[in-house]
Design a protein. Structure first.
Length: 81
């Protein structure tokens, strides 16, 4: 990693979590090629399917905070699965 990149990383790590997440998303997005039409269509169908499941009461949503806490616990090995 170049010195410039190391400097930027140090500065970025001082940002709050929300800003770091936004920055990470923007950086990842800058690496992507043009979207594949088949992939975009598949995602659109999946979004429609999940929205229908939510609307029909087949599934329920979870708050991000709850999902994140669950993932952290799972990663630390404090929950089964």
């Amino acid at each position: 990693m170049t010195r410039a990149a190391e400097h930027i990383l140090r500065e970025a790590l001082n940002l709050d979590e929300s800003d770091r997440a936004t920055l990470a998303g923007l950086l990842l997005g800058s690496l992507e090629d043009e979207p594949d039409d088949d992939v975009a269509e598949a995602w659109a169908l999946e979004v429609d399917r999940r929205a229908s499941q939510l609307d029909g009461g087949e599934i329920t949503s979870m708050r991000w905070e709850d999902v994140r806490a669950r993932l952290v616990k799972k990663r630390r090995g404090t929950t089964p699965g």
